[in-house]
Design a protein around this ligand. Structure first.
Ligand SMILES: [Zn+2]
Length: 300
């Protein structure tokens, strides 16, 4: 396929990335900025995107606009749910972008798009059936079955963060004891605060590396919940690999080793061969390029 240029946007609840790149994953220019969004005025965000387009596309023509978005989006582009970016529910995002950019448009949920980036440019190339799990402030994921992304009826398949694991605090989704409330970066931060320590998730991990007992208790709890979550995923999907990304695995091979050990015990007699792999960090910004490439080649 001809290597065409793509104008990419990664819209997050707090941060937005605009980039110019191509279908092979080369990035030519990039801008990172704070997301502007107002609940009752979609033009605020659209205007920001148009402004960013002007900056990153100065020297380049582009053939496609590709955007990752922090919400559930179905195949027609209708936004079903945006927990952290108010004002977009029931909106046709593809149509909205096509009207403003006069170009062919691709949109996808951000965690799904990360899974696609692994499939197109990363470790996912080696697997037909894998699960992508992202663990940061929250927990999300993407599901690849027979080389295709499975996104569900409304586009919110792979919400592994909202699997109930045990007793725990109330989650943003309304249930209690979701994986996200027990094993995410914010869960680790909360557990530290409950233990009287004001520490970020990263600081808790650093204290754990240094042998701190309070940190060990917290990481043990989070790792225990995460292991149960992963064992559930393995029992449902029987994937070849689980690729874990997000802030929690950054420079943190030790935590993944710990999870692999715990998982062997957790799966017990039903132990299966499943690889637990750390995601390719450099792929995050290539998600919109991967999305365009994936849709053009194989998505119907
Ligand atoms: Zn939940």
């Amino acid at each position: 396929m001809e290597n065409k240029n793509v104008l990419g946007f990664e819209v997050g609840a707090s941060k937005t990335i605009a980039l110019m790149g191509d279908l092979s994953g080369n990035v030519f220019s990039k801008i990172v900025t704070a997301t502007k969004n107002e609940k009752d005025n979609k033009e605020i965000l659209f205007n920001q995107l148009k402004e960013l387009k002007g900056k990153v596309s100065k020297k380049y023509d582009f053939d496609y606009v590709s955007m990752t978005f922090p919400g559930a989006i179905n195949r027609k582009g209708i936004v079903a749910y945006t927990p952290n970016l108010p004002g977009w529910k029931d909106y046709n995002l593809i149509k909205g972008l096509e009207e403003r950019f006069d170009s062919k448009v691709f949109v996808e949920n951000d965690a799904n798009a990360q899974a696609i980036a692994e499939k197109i440019y990363g470790y996912g190339r080696e697997y037909s059936n894998f699960i992508y799990l992202t663990i940061g402030t929250g927990i999300g994921g993407g599901i690849f079955i027979n080389d295709r992304l499975y996104s569900g009826h409304n586009g919110w398949a792979g919400e592994f963060g909202h699997m109930v694991i045990g007793t725990g605090p109330k989650c943003g989704c309304g249930r209690y004891g979701c994986l996200e409330t027990l094993a995410s970066g914010s869960a680790i931060k909360r557990m530290a605060s409950e233990a009287g320590k004001s520490m970020s998730g990263k600081e808790v991990f650093e204290a754990w590396f240094e042998g701190n007992k309070v940190a060990k208790t917290i990481i043990d709890k989070a790792a225990g919940s995460l292991t149960i979550g992963i064992a559930n995923i393995v029992n449902i999907f029987d994937p070849e690999a689980i690729i874990i990304g997000g802030g929690i695995t950054k420079n943190n091979e030790r935590f993944l080793k710990y999870i692999r050990r715990k998982l062997k015990i957790e799966l017990g007699n039903y132990r299966r061969r499943v690889r637990i792999i750390r995601a390719s960090e450099s792929l995050i910004e290539k998600a919109p390029l991967a999305l365009a490439s994936y849709r053009l080649n194989m998505y119907k």
